[in-house]
Design a binder for this molecule. Sequence first.
Ligand code: IVH
Length: 680
Amino acid sequence: MSGRAPGTVVSKVQRLRELLHRYNYAYHALDAPEVSDAQYDALLEELRALEGQHPELITPDSPTQRVGATPLAMFGEVRHRLPMLSLDNAFSEEAVRSFDRRVRERLATAGCEEPVRYSAEPKLDGLAVSATYENGLFTRGATRGDGETGEDITQNLRTIASLPLKLRGKDLPTVLEVRGEVFMPKARFERFNAEATARGEKTFVNPRNAAAGSLRQLDARITAKRPLDIFIYGTGYVEDGSLPDTQGETLASLRAWGFKICPESRIVTGIDECLRYFADIGARRAQLAYQIDGVVYKVDDQEQRRLLGFVARAPRWAIAHKYPAEEETTVVRDIEFQVGRTGALTPVARLEPVFVGGVTVSNATLHNMDEVHRKDVRVGDSVIVRRAGDVIPEVARVLLERRPAGTRPLALPACCPVCGSPVVKDEEAAVARCTGGRSCPAQRVEEIKHFAARRALDIRGLGDKLIEQLCATGVVRSPADLWHLDAAALAELERMGEKSAQKLVKAIHAARATTLPRLLYGLGIRDVGEATALALAQHFGTLQALQAADEDGVQQVPDVGPVVAANVVAWFRDTENRRLLHRLLEAGLHWPPIQRSGNPGPLAGKTFVLTGTLSGMTREAAQAALQRAGARVSGSVSSKTSYVVAGAEAGSKLKKAQSLSIPVLDEPAFLDLLKSSSRS
Ligand code: IVH
């Protein structure tokens, strides 16, 4: 159905567009959505349906008109009415300070006051674009190109949901050109790459390439499928209208007109505040949703900008203060396996050294074999190495197109590279392990490092390198051996004088005074981290009580499940471990008594077994209630069981209780008991 649309339809279409423009603005410019995505989509569908019935009502600014249908044969050219400039870079505090000095000196001759106010903004790592609006309607999009002439990407820019097709407000210039950066948010980039890999399609090297590659599509329908976003950071050509006198106010106007502005932009005063801003953003860089490669400081005042002017292709009133790159390309020379404290084999890539994230990196973890296979990293590959924030360097991806001939997929070794014991890997577990235990020198070294570490026994001055030396010479094979070291033997070691040897012996001696949680953590029991070590110590109070506990007993500890309980009990049953503990105590390790957690509770000393189904609560809730009252909850019935709680369809445990004459509580009796014990 076509022809003239009735007035009701016309006004309905208008109302829908206004609503959609408003919701778009709230969502993108204000970051304060007014409706859910589903509600938005429903309105958009309604509008699409009406426009389908009345195509004569379609206008270019309609929210339905983001995706054109016909691919271009080639991009047209756009001559920028004002050149799109670039920025000078500064890589050091010194360079930034001298920029500020130059600015102040030039402005001083014009009688300007100091210090200078700057607009400090993240330097987004995407693609610079220009977007022109005539009478509030988006009419032209362009790339930067060589700064004078760019490519016409109007159709592509239209597809970016956060770029308004129609501006808001009344005080709009007749022609308004804005400039900003198109980018692909990090999370969307990762997801996009993962999906592309799953489909066997080409992936992008980094978010910037992804943004650039997506924008420069002759078929805008492809661009529309790419998760792009845009921040506007300034203006270009303006006709019939005026802009505010400062960058800060300009950004505020741009936001009010409907543009998305980077929320991290700030007005700062003086160079020290600029540097603080740089440090603050730098500390949060890894957590930002988008990639940045620095921050930009721009003189805030337009009049001052005019006074400062330009040199060549960059303004004198702005500078980009760069962070070290977080990603670099390098080559994998070799892949080795490191054996950890628990025998876990970690593949590590040995790299051509490369400067990334502010340090020179020559090793990068590959985490585990599943990860190696997922990324398909091979010796000889060119790879992107990533070091963001304090995170250890890792191989982000392989540049498959640069893979040399004759590479082979990495295979898990059958034997431990250090001790030769067999390596095992469960089908479902990602981790492969050496089965050598303490007979593996690598595991021994790591055990001692963990034991001596700051959060464990905290032996000052006993660093990793020294422990490696001590183990290599065979003087130390177990943590307990540390207390048999003498200063004379230590002084023989490389780079160790008599003085430092004496100091170390003293530190080892002093470390005997420790705490039970530190010792339990330091023993390196599988799955016992600091929190679990503390919980175990608080629950049992003494090492002896913990040693004597069975799995049920250990499971009474808050947050300890059956797997951890089994590990703990197995550790203390092992003869070698018992010998280690014995030797440690013999060496004089001691700790103050520890406050046991909670008061004993009215059901302390009683052991319960739950069986069958309770109608009023889950088994977990029943268990928790009993534990709160101080009771133990066990999985099996024995002569030590105080009560069996039998719900519906109780089976063998109930029979066993009856045969042992153990009191059985049905659900009402159990609830009565809980009630009375919570009162007492
Ligand atoms: S202002 C004359 N502000 O950096 C000022 N640029 O080398 C020109 N960029 O091509 C740009 N974030 O793509 C400005 N907040 C920001 C920016 C920014 C990223 C890019 C832009 C430009 C390049 C300058």
